[in-house]
Write a protein that binds this ligand. Structure first.
Ligand SMILES: [Ca+2]
Ligand SMILES: [Ca+2]
Ligand SMILES: [Ca+2]
Ligand SMILES: [Ca+2]
Length: 210
């Protein structure tokens, strides 16, 4: 029900003016206080002012919240165990049909107008324009702002990377292995802890240095 409403609204936003009613925002974002790391990722959770663009500031704020959600013992640091526990929970929560695999529609809120073919098409467009690795960054063209299309393509790419046997879905084993890789990558100084700044940087959410 919630998904249908959200998808209907998000569907209108592709490549056009992107307006989301406050009612929908309430549905999506009020839930985020406790759930955004255990349910589907949703663009409107980041785009707080609902102007169809997730700015650096909005992305950093979202990342800080995610970091705090993962930090189970609230010591300000995310240990590997905390990270992996969180990934375990998110896998279970996101596997809506409980078949042991995650597909893109279970992973994030995908606008109706973006089926898999459309996502692949947008991914190719971005790669053609900005290079092969562009879709591995949430802000693919480095213009400091993230659109719904960039957002969806980024998560599609992440899921595709995790899907090592390329059967179109991510098993728990694939998900965990990918999570380990992401932990290593995020832990820039290799101390076994993900600091808030490291998390933000790993998501390529930091504003470019002036
Ligand atoms: Ca901690
Ligand atoms: Ca599933
Ligand atoms: Ca797979
Ligand atoms: Ca670290």
């Amino acid at each position: 029900m919630k998904k249908t409403v959200l998808n209907a609204v998000l569907g209108m936003g592709i490549g056009a003016a992107f307006v989301i009613s406050s009612g929908v925002q309430a549905q999506c974002c009020s839930a985020t206080a406790t759930v955004d790391t255990t349910k589907k990722a949703c663009f409107t959770q980041i785009d707080k002012d609902q102007n169809a663009t997730a700015t650096c500031k909005e992305r950093a704020a979202y990342c800080k919240k995610t970091h705090s959600d993962m930090d189970a013992n609230k010591d300000g640091k995310v240990s590997k165990d905390e990270f992996m526990d969180n990934q375990d929970k998110t896998f279970t929560a996101r596997d809506a049909n409980m078949d042991g695999f995650i597909v893109i529609e279970e992973f994030i809120v995908v606008p109706d107008a973006m089926d898999t073919a459309k996502i692949k098409e947008e991914k190719k467009k971005i790669e053609d324009k900005s290079g092969k690795d562009a879709t591995k960054k949430i802000d693919s063209n480095n213009d400091q702002n993230v659109t719904v299309v960039e957002y969806v393509v980024f998560f599609y790419t992440r899921l595709d990377d995790a899907d090592t046997d390329k059967d179109g879905k991510v098993s728990k084993d694939e998900y965990k292995k990918n999570a380990e890789k992401r932990f290593q990558k995020a832990d820039k100084n290799n101390d076994g802890i993900i600091e808030e700044d490291e998390l933000i940087e790993s998501w390529y959410l930091v504003p470019e240095k002036k």
